[in-house]
Ligand binder design. Structure first.
Ligand code: ZN
Ligand code: ZN
Length: 108
């Protein structure tokens, strides 16, 4: 039998979720994870999603907000790269092309 690290009650192995950080096991209902989510997280095909308990998330920040921050940083980096490209390789669109484009749009 396994014991939930949250309520110390004996729990079926199938109802447990293991924190990837501290390796403690929790009853999925104690940490607010639905049975369906638990099946996804504990399935053999899941290789990329890991779950961290509340204590570990408090220590290292929420996984989701970390991801969001990573994405935000990436967007910023891409934006800066684009700016660098524009500075080093100025490719202004000739005005007549613009007018042709507008003409094409107006033809529709
Ligand atoms: Zn518990
Ligand atoms: Zn943990």
């Amino acid at each position: 039998m396994y014991v939930c690290s949250c309520c110390n009650s004996e729990t079926d192995k199938l109802k447990l979720i293991t924190c990837f950080s501290c390796k403690l096991t929790y009853n999925h209902t104690c940490v607010g994870i639905s049975g369906a989510d638990l099946r996804i997280l504990s399935s053999k095909s899941n290789t990329g999603i890991s779950w961290a308990c509340g204590k570990c998330r408090d220590g290292s920040g929420d996984t989701l907000s970390e991801l969001k921050m990573m994405v935000a940083n990436l967007i910023q980096e891409v934006g800066e790269l684009k700016k660098q490209l524009e500075v080093s390789k100025p490719t202004p669109i000739p005005p007549q092309n613009f007018e042709e484009l507008i003409q094409e749009v107006e033809d529709y």
